[in-house]
Write a protein that binds this ligand. Structure first.
Ligand code: GLN
Length: 360
């Protein structure tokens, strides 16, 4: 055994330590744009493997072929491509906003009394962990956790306050409640309703359950664009401060907690794989949105409504994966990574998985 370890590790030839050029390439806008354009073409090939969400019937009307991105560096020009200004509902990306406001308004201790900080390894709308005594939702970025957070927020802020804050942090006064998506989800949200009542039975939600559910669903139904998500991501990347106006939107501690949870829990039961393949803290939503934060570098918003089996944008994930290393946005940037042979899931497996799940 020891010999094997020696062969593998110690026995390697000594290499000259490569000097990793960590200079951020986003200042070269033209080059970055070309890289992103190429990545978009590759990402579009993934679209037929996914499907738009239909469990909220109104979302099923979205054209699955759309794809857009906005990358907004802290220094340098904003890059907007494809359907970057198409409006879609924020869905679970709004869990980031709920968490920011809850941490700011209710405080860290109160938030983490109600929810944990651990990845769940379960689907976003899972109830399994809740029927165990003493348990609380794994984290604030899954449905159960966000519903618990809404229970905390409800006595403190109104939906109008949240809408105003979202417009400001996204630098997008055009964000509105999408009434049709809201009505559609309220008619079909029996899973979320069950989660909310279970949380009430455990004393985690102490507010009116139906009001809490409506508040949560309204937050999910806010209409954003990839560009508005990039604006939000840029503020998170800059530790909670707008790089242009200097206005602070949250404490740097809140920004750090949110980014960490996005990295570990933002893509539900796909979070670990995404962290390895992409390495950029990201939060997804079933409307097709992805909010990514390349810390101290850029905010990124992506829109691609065709989803994979876990409810994450299939082309959006591919797009981020393609650009993360080339633009050195990966938290753990590795200059050798491109040479690695990554094993992709075959198309067949992805489709089978999707048929087996309720997301489609
Ligand atoms: N509104 C959706 C739900 O609660 C959000 C889920 C998601 O985006 N993953 O089911």
């Amino acid at each position: 055994m020891t010999e094997k370890i020696n062969d593998k590790l110690e026995g390697r030839e000594t290499m000259t330590i490569p000097v990793v050029d960590r200079r951020y390439q986003m200042t070269e806008t033209k080059k970055a744009k070309e890289i992103i354009e190429r990545a978009m073409n590759l990402a579009r090939e993934e679209i037929p493997k996914g499907a738009v969400a239909t469990y909220i019937p109104e979302l099923g009307k979205e054209d699955p072929h759309q794809l857009g991105i906005c990358l907004y560096p802290l220094k340098g020009d904003k890059i907007c491509l494809g359907d970057y200004n198409h409006r879609f509902t924020m869905q679970s990306v709004s869990k980031v906003v709920m968490l920011i406001v809850a941490l700011e308004v209710c405080g860290l201790k109160n938030v983490f009394k109600k929810v944990g900080m651990e990845p769940s390894g379960e689907a976003f709308d899972s109830l399994v962990e809740l029927d165990v005594s003493d348990s609380k939702p794994y984290n604030p970025l899954i449905n159960s956790g966000a519903l618990a957070v809404c229970g905390l927020l409800l006595p403190e802020v109104s939906f109008q306050d949240m809408l105003r804050y979202t417009r400001n942090i996204c630098s997008d006064p055009g964000i509105e409640l999408n009434e049709s998506v809201f009505d559609s989800e309220m008619k079909t949200c029996s899973r979320n309703r069950s989660i909310a009542y279970l949380l009430e039975s455990k004393g985690i939600i102490t507010t009116d359950v139906e009001d809490t559910l409506r508040f949560y669903t309204k937050m999910c139904s806010m209409n954003v664009t990839a560009e508005s998500l990039a604006n939000l991501g840029k503020k998170l990347a800059n530790d909670g401060v707008c790089a242009i106006t200097g206005k602070r939107f949250m404490s740097s501690r809140t920004a750090r907690i949110v980014k960490t949870l996005m990295l570990t829990c933002g893509m539900y039961d796909g979070s670990g794989t995404f962290a390895i393949k992409v390495g950029i803290p990201t939060k997804s939503g079933v409307g097709g949105g992805l909010l990514s934060v390349s810390d101290k570098r850029a905010g990124i918003g992506v829109f691609g409504p065709a989803l994979d089996a876990r409810g994450n944008s299939i082309a959006g994930c591919k797009l981020l994966r393609e650009i993360s290393n080339q633009l050195r946005l990966n938290l753990f940037y590795d200059p050798e990574w491109d040479k690695e042979q990554e094993e992709d899931q075959s198309e067949e497996t992805v489709l089978k998985e999707m048929q087996a799940k309720s997301v489609m």
